[in-house]
Design a protein around this ligand. Sequence first.
Ligand SMILES: C[S@@+](CC[C@H](N)C(=O)[O-])C[C@H]1O[C@@H](n2cnc3c(N)ncnc32)[C@H](O)[C@@H]1O
Length: 154
Amino acid sequence: MKARLLAIGRFKSGAEGALFAQYNARLRPPLDLVELPEARGSAGEIRAREGTALLAVLPANGLLVALDLGGPAPTSEALAALTERWEQAARPIAFAIGGAEGLDGAVTARAEHVLSLGPLTWPHLLVRALLAEQLFRAQCIRANHPYHRRWRPA
Ligand SMILES: C[S@@+](CC[C@H](N)C(=O)[O-])C[C@H]1O[C@@H](n2cnc3c(N)ncnc32)[C@H](O)[C@@H]1O
């Protein structure tokens, strides 16, 4: 699945960047990372400014998936099915990850899908790697590759 990852903040040299690079390199094709600077101001101003910047780099016909705790948290198998549906739309796909203050309502309202990675709040730079890993896992699920072992409740 060819997709862009629109993300607030920049990797400094460090563990989060290395982890993202490791999983992103496994994706065919890798995500095209677009980093946008953190805004300044009150929490609301930051969200609004960063939201405007995120939407400005989204193609007009882009299919936007917003990473936000407010969305449904699918299983990995359900996410794999969603990626298939997103690909079938034949539109440029973009994932958006907010900054420390989270995503603006304008971004989640514009999104076709709001995706939660569960109810825990993760650091935004780490979410990039979590998303890349889950997209790689989704590719493996769709290809029946043994990387993914289904959850087996006792
Ligand atoms: C530190 S979190 C922001 C927390 C902020 N207080 C909020 O209300 O969203 C930074 C970004 O990481 C992503 N993120 C963090 N945890 C997440 C989760 N469990 N599911 C989906 N996205 C998450 C979201 O894109 C969020 O905007």
